[in-house]
Design a protein around this ligand. Sequence first.
Ligand SMILES: [Zn+2]
Length: 442
Amino acid sequence: MYWNKEFETMPWLEVHNYWFKKLPSFIEYIKNNSEYYKKRLSSIEVSKIKTMEDMREIPFLTKNELREIQLHSDRKNPLGKIQAVKTEEIVQVISSSGTSGRPVYYGVTKKDVEVWKDAIATLYYTAGVRPDDIVAHTTGIPLFAGGEAYFAGIRNIGAMTVWPGNLSTSRMLETIRNLHCNVIQATVSFNLYLAERCQDALGVNPRELGITKIIGGGEPGLGEEAIRQKLKDAWKAETVREIMGLADVMPGMWGECEDETGMHFNAQKYVMVELIDTVSGEHLPWETGVIGELIYTNFSREATPVLRYRSADLIRVEGTSCACGRMSPKIRCIGRADDLLIFKAMNVYPSAIRDVVLKHFEKHLTGQMQVVKDHPQQVRFDRAIPVDIEFSSPENQPAGLKQQIEKIVRDTLNIRIDANLVPPNTIQRTQYKSPLIRVREQ
Ligand SMILES: [Zn+2]
């Protein structure tokens, strides 16, 4: 039932105790081995960090700070002053996707690779992958967190792992058919795209390919029932499970069990997680319904460790106990702290708009939509927020659909949108993520 029974079934409070046993030697390690941490943590007395309360003494680390640090790298320390081992010990580098500026790079040592193989196997096992599965791993970019690291985790379980890399969509679908894959691992938007393209590429309805398990993540979406159902129907799949991780910390950390009511934290053996209020920075309780930002410390990472790293991932706690016996909380990702939009005085996330629209009008839409900003930094909207929404076919548009969509969003979220209905395939699909926000071309 479990990949790592001891940790998965350990009561959440005991996991906290375990973390605080691990933390002192970790902080000593980074102070002694990374120039950056040596300076940053000079006033921290390691022996006094014993509880969550004490963690507040330690400053947060942000992606912007990491980006700054890496601007000053050189041949000796290619990953900048955060690098905590000699370059000769680093065996691989992965990067963030770089959608919001210069990518940040993370190194791994041989030991780090062993750690992520085990941690990522834990979450895929939780998400239902077994040795008798044939898994199509569709991430085309090995440098990204969802590339080689996911591959290593799935292979570690013993599943037959098929990694078509950056083959064209048709060749990828052909591979899936030829090798009888029954599991597809893909971002939500790419998975929908694969299903859309299947009939044209193979002359076969995706429902006939024998896909039983869908695993996806990398962007919010699988938390929305309408999208889960759409994927399930498109492939005639039995299960749809969400996973989540971060290149910055550990490529995979959260995985959804057979209960399909949220993702469990599966990396407790190697990573500490905190939940904070994204505005005040204060801790929040792991209680059902609480919304907060995740903060990570990867106390097992040798090459580029992070301490109190701000993920900017906003999550909602969905539950603290589960029929599957795992003891970690279950969550759904609801958006990025930096995707926040403000309409007059109301805060809203693009994923919340999509959630509401799909809930009511799913049968008329493809599921793809994008908020349109005038410039990349725009957060505030004084007039209705423009949203491109794809209808599924010209014949399938009831009269007044635009007005009905705008009304339901206004009634539910207290904000106004300007719904711009566009034909299918207008919104650009990408193999990695289809962003929920785009900037208007000038
Ligand atoms: Zn569970």
